[in-house]
Design a protein around this ligand. Sequence first.
Ligand code: GAR
Length: 273
Amino acid sequence: MSRKIRIGALISGGGTNLQAIIDSCESGKINGEMVFVGTDNPSAAGLKRAENHRIPSFVVNYADIIRTVNQQPEQADIPKDFDMDDLLQKQSIFSDKENPEKAKKFLRSRVAAEAELLEKMKGFDFDLIVLAGFLRNLTPYFIDRVNTEEGLPKIMNIHPALLPAFPGKDGYGDTFRYGCKVGGCTVHFIDYGEDSGPIIGQKTFPIEPGDTLDLIKKKGLEKEWELYPVCIQMFAANQLHVDRVTFLTENGKTYQRSIVTIKNILDIGQQSH
Ligand code: GAR
């Protein structure tokens, strides 16, 4: 049996995905252990789940930090080691690169929060960060300081929709309002865009006539609790590979994308002996 991976989680709310991951670690479904839980929200109910399992936790109060950076910039603790031009160039959350003021304002405050997040995480040795209902976009400042090995992304996210449909804040709501007949959830690695990183796994559920948004959320969450541990275990078993692939499209142009390939079942067998 290979060694357990060390997992850090970031949450913002109730933490039912966090619970599913902790339970899967404890039952052995994931060959891993949860080493910390961090949150941007001091009243995140999921903090109690960490406490129940004696997992260290910490808060980085994003709302306070963002307010200070925007309203009293002279008092803000903005790290020296960030390069705004580099961040502007890399990020793809804001598409309007001609008018970067909005992006700059966003990046400055988020980098201040992320520097504190990285400082708190320093005390923990981790192999993987899982975003489990962490409702903040991460900037290239944070991502580049976690993903230090080429080709080995280390930040996973779960999103409440079948990406690339419905990125953003309200995946199940958008799925419902669009009139979709199938909903789903997606686990992916984080990249510099919003919910745009390479997809690891997806699960679907039917949307029946008369289903309410609440029911769709319930069906979706149940799928999330199944999907996330499976994807994390594939990471733990070293089954996930990310390759930059170039495709030739019908009009003769090329399209490049990072794609996750999952190594075959034989490899899982070899890993577990
Ligand atoms: C989940 O539905 C998750 O997919 C979603 O937040 C919820 C968290 O629930 N995440 C996002 O929307 C990320 N953009 P939980 O706190 O009970 O795990």
